[in-house]
Write a protein that binds this ligand. Structure first.
Ligand code: FES
Length: 173
């Protein structure tokens, strides 16, 4: 079965005629040539495919593209400014050497952007218990341990976790 869908990605609208079984990740990479989002496991385990859907982080390998007709999707290609200037988080990843092979980096960046937004909003998924809710109203309250925990869905096989945490912490401060 095929469906027509208008995917909104990084501020552009793409009219597509898709097999209903096509994942968002495959649509991004194979139909839109947006190859920043990576396919690691294709089963929701590694986080390499993380994008933002309506501002919330999501594993694009677990979403069917046809279900996202009204959604705003942001991939790593959409994090920099329109003039190409890197975002503060991207700059921090450079400054803190927060990658080695770089395969997980797009997912780490998108996940961190979503996580910092969740933390700033005091989102329940970022709050471990009610007593800490007030402390997480601003991302500056996040400890390195909390940042690491909240990014634990994004695996890095090079083991650059400490540098990633430092880069994210620099943006949370
Ligand atoms: Fe989607 Fe691994 S490729 S979580």
């Amino acid at each position: 079965v095929r469906s027509r869908v208008a995917l909104r990605v990084n501020g552009r609208t793409y009219a597509l005629d898709l097999d209903n079984r096509v994942t968002l990740l495959d649509a991004l990479r194979e139909l839109l040539d947006l190859t920043g989002s990576k396919k690691g496991c294709d089963h929701g385990q590694c986080g390499a495919c993380t994008v933002l859907v309506d501002g919330r982080r999501a594993n694009s390998c677990l979403l069917l593209a046809v279900t996202l007709d009204a959604s705003e999707i942001t991939t790593v290609e959409g994090l920099a400014a329109s003039d190409g200037a890197l975002s503060p988080l991207q700059e921090a990843f450079l400054e803190y050497d927060a990658f080695q092979c770089g395969y997980c980096t797009p997912g780490q960046l998108c996940s961190a952007v979503g996580m910092l937004r969740e933390a700033a909003a005091g989102h329940p998924s970022c709050v471990t218990d009610a007593a800490t809710a007030a402390d997480t109203a601003h991302p500056a309250a996040l400890t390195p341990e909390e940042i690491a925990e909240r990014l634990s869905g994004n695996l890095c096989r090079c083991g650059a976790y400490n540098a990633i945490t430092r880069a994210v912490a620099a943006c949370a401060a």
